[in-house]
Design a protein. Structure first.
Length: 76
């Protein structure tokens, strides 16, 4: 992980975003202390976001949908 001072981050923000887009994590520091991190976005599926709820069925009343392909669309 690369550490960058706030002033350097302001001056090179586009370059830092390109590095993050390429998969790198960048820590923004002020006076030697990390105050923020730029991390690559990791999209997740809705089913993955709710999986912890489905793993504990007694705690919340959610039911996982069947794993099936979408139905075809009828053409007119």
């Amino acid at each position: 992980m690369r550490h960058v001072q706030v002033t350097e981050a302001k001056a090179a923000f586009s370059g830092l975003l390109a590095a993050v887009e390429a998969g790198e994590t960048v820590a923004i520091t002020r006076r030697g202390r990390v105050i923020a991190r730029l991390v690559p976005d990791k999209p997740i599926m809705a089913a993955d976001a709710f999986r912890p709820f489905w793993d504990h069925p007694g705690e919340i009343d959610l039911v996982a949908p069947d794993e099936r392909p979408p139905e075809p669309i009828a053409t007119l």
